[in-house]
Design a protein around this ligand. Sequence first.
Ligand code: AVJ
Length: 324
Amino acid sequence: MVAAVARKRLPQPSSDTPSFETDVLEGLRATPKQVPAKYFYDAAGSHLFERITELPEYYPTRCEMKTLREHAADIARLVPQGAALVEFGSGSSKKARILLRAAPKLAAYVPVDICGEMIEQEAIELRADFPQLKVLPVTADICNPFDLPDEAKAAPERIGFFPGSTIGNFEPHEASAFLRNAANILEAGAKLIIGVDLIKPVEVLNAAYNDAAGVTARFNLNLLTRINRELGGTFRLNTFEHHAFYNRERHRIEMHLASLKRQKVKVAGETIEFRAGETIHTENSYKYSAESLAALARGVGWLPAGSWTDARKYFSIQAFTFAG
Ligand code: AVJ
């Protein structure tokens, strides 16, 4: 009930912001079938993702946290007095806390996330832990343009923070559109700190998305549970199977849900037919080299300002400044 009340206060999505229902129906009518990966993150999905980050096979979060901790002082040198840190898709703000601790020069922290409840709750804790810091949460879909709070606009400089290799969920052209949008939002003198998962031996990649405990499978299948609950879907979870594999040509992990048999499923009153073995493509997780990410950024005006990695070079944190 709290969620329903909170939701009422949010601005209604405009007609050009597709809803869960529209996106799912369009994706299931298409060939091949697909659903955008951002819909994994309902409450149960967010919880399952937290569990993924603790799996022995899932190295990205541990590598990124270690690199952030080890190089926090160096990264903090990018931060001028009174700057605002703007995090795109902040979730639990665990990584931002490392920067906030290392850079007391920061005057404001703006967590931006599609899940308003999560960031409002987190903001209360951040304010207690960093009493000098203005914590200014914004509920928005980071794929769309959004407005920063006035206090963040008034800061001498804004530093974007986009950790977690979330950029890997975008198609390369979407990633470059995101980087351009970030420059517009952050305005003059903008800097950006991005975490990206690196290309590495295929066995390591495949294991990270096919964990022995089956948590990633549950995370993937939870999308069907969400469709059943929110869109009146009739998916039977035991008739679909988690598939994840590295696509070498396109440098990406693909996740799919494969129908184990020929069947019909109803979603929002519409009948969707599956062939035996037909899949719903649920996620791409693009992998970059440090150079390929820098090249993508340079293409829209971001110049390299620092680069850090772990001993095995599994994950890269890169900083950029906007040159226009
Ligand atoms: C949150 C997009 C970085 O691609 O590794 C983890 C999501 N999917 N296991 C990733 C995910 C399956 C994750 N990102």
